[in-house]
Every structure is written in structure tokens, then in C-alpha cells.
Design a protein around this ligand. Structure first.
Ligand code: RIB
Ligand code: CA
Length: 307
């Protein structure tokens, strides 16, 4: 039984790997890819999504562009991580195809209605499109939303916040409060599921696509070496994607999560009530532990299968 997945993303090195992982996983039926401004501008992340799909001959997968900025905040790119193109590092031809004419939010709603809601929406960028979907199409709700974002006790864009939630905290708050079955795959688990150089070399040896992913890692690992003192790098978005079809790798707990949209110091902090101290109702399944080695081995095996 395959899992119908819609992937909303901002490629981005780890988003690109998540796209390839989805295509390499027989457990997944990839219904479409939508893009949101985040790691880079909407135009760049949309072109990147198409370029990655075309790299493996899957230009048939529909791509639709969504929000070109957060709901309220200014759009700030993460070029310090992903470079000016959003996929700096490997050589990748420009896109041949174009995105659909229609807005991503309308395309997401249509795909979800077509499947009577039996869709897992994996969101690996800022949650702007997902919040708009919930607001504009209240009857087109996916059965599950798996979010790469947030953290119990870490931050990567500030000491207090993870980039996707920090970029559009109002959108994240809206999604967490939606009542939909939401899982948060945050830094606490992605930072314990690291891709090392030996993993990259095994991919590089597999062929053209493996080499592409290894070259993504070559570039992406520099930020982690400079920031964390180790080139071992999290593949944040791929872990969220895996959770859509292999839930056993991440241990979650159903707790209350609220997003700080008021503070400047703690803008985008996900306040995760792990020990139920607030009395607030649980609303999100939060990843607290992960079998990191099993995740990366799965990733290596699937990427190698693409040659
Ligand atoms: O904080 C990591 C997240 O922000 C990942 O999704 C990465 O691609 C960026 O979007
Ligand atoms: Ca991303």
C-alpha cells in the first residue's frame, strides 16, 4: 500500500535530497511538488525543484509555485547555507520545464480533494503555503501533515529558533493549532541523524545521481563544519519525508506546541511542552528520538538505487 505524498518545499540542499528520496522509495506515490520562498526566493526554489526532478527524468511530476514571502514577516533567504542559487555546489542544468500556471495552494487543495483527504502533506520549508491551504480550503484537509521544523531545545538561524518556523512563525502557529494530525520533525532529531563523508562517498560511487547528492553534501557540509565544528551534516528534510512512510525511525510524543510570534529575541521559538507543565491541550506529535544510523543507511541505499 503506497503512501500518497504531496511535498511542499524550498530547495535547498536537503529538500533536493528529500525529492530524490521520494522518487526512489516504492512506498511513496509522489502526487506533486509545491514550492515556497524560504532558503531562496520563490523563483529560485521553484527552478531548483524542476531541475532536480528533471535530473532523474521525472519532469512529469507537477510543480506549482506558492507564496513568494511569509504571511507577515519580510522574506529573508538562507544563502549563507544554500548559496546564491539555493543549490550551490553541483553543476545542474537549468530547468527545461515550467511550473503549473496555478498557485500551489490551489493545486494542493485539488490533489487533496481528488484523494478524499487521504494524502500525507510533507512540508520542508516555511509553512506559508500550508497555512494558506488551511485558511482558504478548510474542507481540503490532508489526513496528516509532517513538518520539518522547530525544535524542543535547539536553534539554527538564531539561538532560539529553527529556520522554517522562524521564517514564518505565524504560519507555523496556524498549522500547529489546526487540529490536523501534525508531526513535527525538529532539530532535536535531525541533528542526531547525520550524513557523514563515508555515506557521501558510497553515494558518489553509485553513479550520476549519487554523485549529485554527494556534491550537495560537499557544499552543505561546509556550513556545518563552520558552525558546529564537524562536517557531519543533518539531512533535515529527508528525515521528515522518511517519517511519512517509515514511522518507526523517529519516536514521537503527543504534546502541546505553541510558537512565539511576539518576542524578537525568541521569534519563532517552538515552545514544546514535553512534560505537560502548561495545562495546554496536546496538538502535535513531536520527534524526540531517532535511529539516526538506520535513517542514513536507508537514505544511502535509496539514493544509490537511482544510480
Ligand atoms: O532548519 C532546517 C530547515 O530550513 C530545512 O528545511 C532547510 O532546507 C531549511 O529550509
Ligand atoms: Ca527546506
Amino acid at each position: 500500500m503506497t503512501v500518497p505524498v504531496l511535498l511542499d518545499c524550498d530547495p535547498g540542499h536537503d529538500d533536493a535530497i528529500a525529492i530524490l528520496l521520494a522518487l526512489a522509495s516504492p512506498e511513496i506515490e509522489l502526487l506533486g511538488v509545491t514550492t515556497v520562498a524560504g532558503n531562496q526566493t520563490l523563483a529560485k526554489v521553484t527552478a531548483n525543484a524542476i531541475r532536480v526532478l528533471e535530473l532523474v527524468g521525472r519532469g512529469d511530476v507537477p510543480v506549482a509555485a506558492g507564496a513568494d514571502r511569509p504571511l507577515v514577516r519580510e522574506q529573508l533567504v538562507a544563502d549563507f547555507v544554500h548559496g546564491d542559487t539555493g543549490l550551490d555546489g553541483p553543476a545542474l542544468p537549468p530547468p527545461r520545464g515550467a511550473p503549473l500556471e496555478r498557485h500551489a495552494v490551489d493545486v494542493l487543495a485539488e490533489r487533496i480533494r481528488e484523494r478524499d483527504g487521504r494524502v500525507v502533506l510533507v512540508a520542508t520549508g516555511p509553512l506559508t503555503n500550508v497555512a494558506l491551504l488551511l485558511a482558504l480550503h478548510p474542507v481540503a484537509r490532508p489526513e496528516r501533515i509532517v513538518v520539518m521544523g522547530g525544535a524542543v531545545a535547539e536553534g539554527n538561524v538564531t539561538p532560539a529558533a529553527e529556520f522554517n518556523v522562524w521564517a514564518d512563525p505565524e504560519a507555523a502557529q496556524r498549522v500547529f493549532a489546526s487540529g490536523v494530525d501534525v508531526t513535527m520533525i525538529g532539530l532535536d532529531v535531525t541533528h542526531r541523524a547525520l550524513m557523514r563523508r563515508d555515506h557521501a562517498e558510497r553515494m558518489r560511487a553509485a553513479g550520476r545521481v549519487g554523485r549529485f547528492v554527494a556534491e550537495l553534501w560537499d557544499f552543505f557540509s561546509r556550513f556545518h563544519l563552520e558552525t558546529y565544528g564537524s562536517e557531519d551534516s543533518p539531512v533535515h528534510d529527508a528525515l521528515a519525508l522518511v517519517h511519512a512512510f517509515r514511522a518507526g525511525l523517529v519516536e514521537t510524543r503527543f504534546v502541546n506546541v505553541e510558537v512565539d510570534c511576539e518576542s524578537s529575541l525568541c521569534r519563532g521559538r517552538t515552545v514544546v511542552d514535553v512534560w505537560r507543565r502548561s495545562g495546554r491541550e496536546p496538538n502535535v506529535h513531536v520527534g524526540l528520538a531517532v535511529d539516526g544510523e538506520a535513517f542514513v543507511e536507508l537514505l544511502v541505499e535509496r539514493i544509490r538505487s537511482l544510480g
